[in-house]
Design a protein around this ligand. Structure first.
Ligand SMILES: [Zn+2]
Length: 89
């Protein structure tokens, strides 16, 4: 029963990556180049499972809402497309 640990900045040139620091926020942040993803350096204690910092909690909730919206929209679009083609043919 070992809890899975996240790994950050894992890529071809750094296959082992950087293991998650359990005391810090789990959000990924990019460095100044935008190429590497690092673990957020803020202390966790907020959001789902208390794994996020205060700042990223908001982002997680926001992106979840956006994703749900996008999925709902895609669903509607698919249904429309489906029923539309039925009528046309
Ligand atoms: Zn954070």
């Amino acid at each position: 029963m070992s809890e899975k640990i996240r790994v950050y900045d894992q890529w071809a040139g750094n296959e082992r990556g950087i293991p998650e620091d359990k005391t810090r926020c789990v959000a990924e942040v990019t460095d100044f180049t935008g190429w590497h993803f690092y673990q957020c350096q803020r202390k966790r204690g907020f959001g789902p499972n208390g794994e996020y910092c205060k700042q990223h909690t908001k982002k997680v909730e926001y992106s979840k809402a956006t994703l749900n919206l996008a999925l709902a929209f895609a669903d509607v679009k698919m249904k429309k497309k489906g029923s539309g083609s039925d009528k046309n043919e």
